[in-house]
Design a binder for this molecule. Structure first.
Ligand SMILES: [Zn+2]
Ligand SMILES: [Zn+2]
Length: 390
């Protein structure tokens, strides 16, 4: 029988910041609204602060520093470090090393700092309120962050920065708007609490609620509604399998303001080397999941032989496509190596190299397309399977 071990002691500072402060806000923010009211400019400033904090966490702390999904200009990094400190979620160094552990040991209750396996409350904020051993600082997985001067500067001055961003700036905004208390309550406190909880949803709800189109090897889910609340991070199933991609909502129409911000920064020359997972890999993972589901259906139901054969044939085609893709990638790699070794290749060879490269690219695209079409056929087969079961 499983016995629940005694809980570690509470972390007083976190209890004050994450429980007492929001509870005070729950009373004070509406009270001030009723007796005094908030001006439109304060509401707009609170919304602006909310997005600046949120996007600094998602585009900065998360996709840039935790996953190296792209490179950013120092101006952008300083902005992310400042507004990220304003989100009051610890320094980049601590956040990043925790998050890398979350990915590496996802759902492992002993090693994932906010493992979904320990319940919705725990993964949302319970993990921060006690001195759990998974919270012990261990930066061995973040030597790159320790070499980053902006990260280390923010880490050293974190308390001062967070006070300036959460008290100093809202005070200034309140003074400018002619309502210092209102500025502190709406732009300071209410904005902070809302941003906390929407960001925490990524660790909690995004591991419970939604679909698993790419993998079911971990608890992460895709959820368009959560993406809307979390600056685009709700496509968490995609993110857990392709964490080095700068996008979470990989389709152009998927709500991902973080991805759009990174694109805008790239256009402005503030971001570069945006990492995109090859489309083939994405199609491959979706199809692999569909075959897995089909196999489960086959095991449960008495499926007619022709349908089984069709599925088997599709699966063979899928395996063949994967092998051909691997061969093409290997060829590409070998060719690149050859070109590097022979940098002064004769002019007459260059044309040939160009032609070969274009040929490989075309074949890769054809493979990508064939996988996409196969996905559609498998969807139809799945529908037939489901009808059989029904
Ligand atoms: Zn996660
Ligand atoms: Zn991540």
């Amino acid at each position: 029988m499983n016995q629940t071990p005694a809980k570690p002691p509470l972390t007083p500072i976190n209890v004050a910041l994450f429980v007492a402060l929001p509870l005070a806000g729950l009373v004070l923010v509406p009270l001030w609204g009723i007796y005094h009211g908030y001006s439109a400019s304060l509401w707009w400033m609170a919304l602006l602060f909310l997005y600046l904090n949120g996007l600094s966490i998602t585009a900065g702390y998360h996709r840039l520093w935790s996953h190296n999904a792209y490179q950013a200009h120092p101006i952008l990094r300083v902005l992310f470090a400042l507004w990220g400190a304003g989100a009051l979620q610890n320094s980049i160094l601590i956040w990043g090393s925790d998050h890398r552990r979350h990915h590496r040991h996802v759902d492992d209750n002993k090693r994932d700092p906010y493992s979904a396996g320990r319940g919705l409350w725990y993964s949302h904020m319970g993990w921060m309120l006690r001195e759990y051993h998974t919270n012990e600082e261990d930066f061995s997985n973040a030597p790159d962050l320790q070499r980053d001067p902006i990260v280390m500067w923010q880490h050293r001055h974190y308390v001062l920065l967070t006070v300036i961003m959460n008290v100093g700036l809202p005070l200034l905004v309140g003074w400018w708007a002619g309502d210092v208390v209102g500025g502190l309550l709406l732009v300071g406190l209410a904005r902070l609490v809302v941003n906390h909880h929407v960001t925490f949803f990524i660790n909690s709800l995004a591991h419970y609620w939604g679909s698993q189109p790419y993998t079911d090897e971990n608890s992460a889910r895709d959820n368009g509604f959560l993406a809307f609340l979390t600056y685009g991070e709700g496509y968490h199933n995609f993110h857990h399998i392709f964490q080095s991609d700068y996008r979470n909502g990989v389709r152009w129409y998927q709500w991902d303001p973080t991805k759009w911000l990174i694109n805008l920064c790239a256009w402005l020359g503030l971001a570069s080397k945006l990492n995109r997972v090859p489309n083939f890999k994405i199609q491959q993972s979706i199809l692999a999941m569909r075959f897995k589901q089909a196999r489960n259906h086959l095991e449960q139901a008495d499926t007619p032989q022709p349908l089984r054969e069709k599925l088997e044939a599709e699966y063979q085609l899928f395996v063949d496509a994967l092998n051909r893709w691997k061969d093409l990638q290997a060829q590409r790699y070998e060719r690149r190596k050859g070109e590097l070794g022979d940098a002064f290749a004769e002019k007459r060879d260059r044309l040939l190299v160009k032609w070969e490269r274009a040929a490989v690219r075309t074949r890769l695209r054809e493979l990508e397309y064939s996988l996409k079409m196969q996905r559609k056929r498998v969807e139809i087969l799945m529908l037939q399977l489901q009808l059989q079961v029904a």
